[in-house]
Structures are given as structure tokens and as C-alpha cells.
Write a protein that binds this ligand. Sequence first.
Ligand code: FAD
Length: 373
Amino acid sequence: MRHRIGVIGGGPAGLAFARVLHRHDCPVTVLERESGPDARPPGGTLDLHEGLGQLALDKAGVLAEFRALSRPEGQAMRILDTDGTVLRDWRPGPDDRANPEIDRGQLRDLLLGPVDVRWGEHVTKVVPEGRDGVRVHFADGREETFDLVVGADGARSRTRPAVSAVTPHYTGVTAVETSLDDIDTRHPDLARLIGDGSVAVYGVNRALVAQRGSGGHVKVYVQFRAPLDRHTKRDTADAGAVRSRLLALFDGWAAPLLDLLRHGTEFVHRPLHALPVAHTWAHVPGVTLLGDAAHLMPPLGAGANLALLEGAELAESLAAGTGDPDDTVRVFEERMWTRAARWASFTTAGLERLVSPDPAAALALFDRVQPPG
Ligand SMILES: Cc1cc2nc3c(=O)[nH]c(=O)nc-3n(C[C@H](O)[C@H](O)[C@H](O)COP(=O)(O)OP(=O)(O)OC[C@H]3O[C@@H](n4cnc5c(N)ncnc54)[C@H](O)[C@@H]3O)c2cc1C
């Protein structure tokens, strides 16, 4: 391959893409806005599905390392009523490796490996210029030209406008994230409540999920229906004020559930946005999108998996090097759109049920995905 390939974004999509190209000795430039791998806390834990994320890691040659690091026991899922009654207590079998969990930071390091990333590269605009290639503009005024630009730059992609005028819309649901450290020693009761994996509680138009990561780290996510401006324009830096608002919102729920919020340290607001289900675009030579940039959807366990597999698949097809790379991209896009549309439809309907006026709808969804017994 003699093409100059640039990928914007060093998240799951961009790193899987770069790592698979690297495995096939194909040069690629990774442009990442963050100043370094540890510039920001990496976030919580991800479950990687056998036929999606794990398949991508296999293509990247790191599946064995993933197996050594990941937590199959983290697949365990407990559902409680708002009064703390256990409604479901699902545990994986001893050989169940369908969706093991891995910390986001571990996944990033696994993929980074030998990949050379240009950190601190803030892309502002991507402009296709026909036969002259695709011009990438940076925040400091520099410009650089590539033959193929792959936008793996997430929800607020700066690459997307080069191919599509569509922007993400607010789903009506806001998530607030907090975390607890050293749960086993500092909060043993909460550690028992969460178990090896996750605990979820579904109330009327609100939900609470706590997920165990490695090293006794727990992420707590609450989700609730709210107008966009009501919860996002407030000062979210004041942890005490956010905590009080959340405790009021979940008033009446069992004390241990509220303790998950009481002991939370920092709070991060994430109003959930999504692109329309089945978002596609008229193919633009020299530019494509991967992952959230292409198909941002509600966070129900698919986004990172799709991002990884798309990155790996596109890289593998380009590395095979048969024919015009642009034809390869066209074929890839069709495949990505079809698969992503199925998941976008599933996760959109899922969010409606999980944060709904009828908590029984959430339980029914869980039973469909994870039948009891
Ligand atoms: C709370 C929560 C929980 C989730 N849980 C799961 C789960 O369990 N399983 C799952 O599969 N998915 C999950 N998801 C979804 C998953 O996080 C995303 O779908 C996934 O991270 C998308 O990967 P990506 O590489 O496309 O984008 P991102 O992960 O967003 O990565 C984009 C990268 O591009 C960089 N970037 C952005 N703009 C620029 C720019 N202008 N210039 C240069 N670089 C730029 C960013 O810094 C970032 O590194 C969850 C999401 C949330 C919010």
C-alpha cells in the first residue's frame, strides 16, 4: 500500500484500525487530540462480545493477551427492585467467555502496543480536495494532506461534516457517572451488593447501574429522563450539589442503593446523544468514518464492540491491497452501515425500555437477552 492513510482519533476504532494495519506492515498516521495516553481517566469497563470486539482483537493479534487480562466473572448481572429485593441474579458458567469485561485503560494499552500515535493533534476540519487528496486542518493552523482520512473521532466528530450534514440528537436521557475506589475494603457491604459484575435497578423513568472494574474500582451510572438544558447547564463541578440533586431524584430507593451515590467522588454529566438509526451518506472518495463518528447510539454494550470490529475489518481489507482502496472503502461502508443499523435499532429500543415509565419493561428486556436458567 503506497497510500498515505491518516486516522483521526485514538479510541477503540482508531487504535484497532492502526494496530491491524501495523500487523500487516502498512504505515498509518494516528492523530489524537489528547496530550498522551493518560491525559484523562480512561473510564469504566467494557464487555467485549465474542463475534464483535473479541473478533477484532483476534485480527489485531492480541486476543490471547485480552484473555489473560479480562474478567469473565465480570459478566455476572444482578437486578434489584428499588427496595433492594433481588429480582434476577445471573452468573456466567465456568467456561463462559461470551462477553468478558476489560477496563478501558487496559484495552487501550493492549491496542497501543507498538502503534505510534501523534498525541496532542487537535483536528478542526477535514476537506476532501479531489485528486489532490484530503486536507486535514489542525487547531494550531497547520494543514496536512492524506490520500485516505478515517474519522474515528467519536461522537463530536470533526471528520463527519466532510461526508454527512447529520448531527447527533439528544435522546431525552441524561446519564451521570461517579466512581468508588477500593470498594472491598472501604465499602464491603456495597461490594457484596455488586458482586463480581454489575448490579442494575430500574425505577420509573430512572435507572441506576453499578459496575465493578479491576482493582476494586466501581463505576456508578444513573440515567434519567430530563430536558437537555435542565441538567447540563448547571455547575457539575460541585460534587456535593450534584450528589444532593441525585439523592433527591432517587428519594425512596433502598439505603444501600443511595449509598452508591453518597460515596461517589466526582460526578460526570453525559447527556446521551445518538445519530439517527441507519445513518448513511453518499460515499466521498478519500474519507470515511468508523465507530461513534459513523453511528453514535445509546450506550448499551455495543458501541465499543462495533468500533473495534470496524477498525479491524477496514484495516484488514486495505492491507489485502487488491484493487482501488476507494472501492475497498465503499464495500466496507455498506457492510458497516448494515450491521450498525441493526445495533442502533436494538440499543435505541433498549434505552426506551431501560429508562421507561414501566420498570417491568426493563426486566422483560433483560430476560430476553439473558434468559433465566
Ligand atoms: C457510559 C458509557 C458506557 C459505555 N459502555 C459500553 C460497553 O460496555 N460496551 C460497548 O461496546 N460500548 C460502550 N459504550 C460506548 C463506547 O464507549 C463507544 O461506542 C466507543 O468508545 C466508541 O469508540 P470510538 O473509537 O468510535 O470513539 P471514542 O471512544 O469516542 O474515541 C474517539 C477518540 O478521538 C479523539 N478525538 C475526538 N475529537 C478529535 C479531534 N478533533 N482531533 C483529534 N482527536 C480527536 C478522542 O480524544 C478519542 O480518543 C459506552 C459509552 C458510555 C458513554
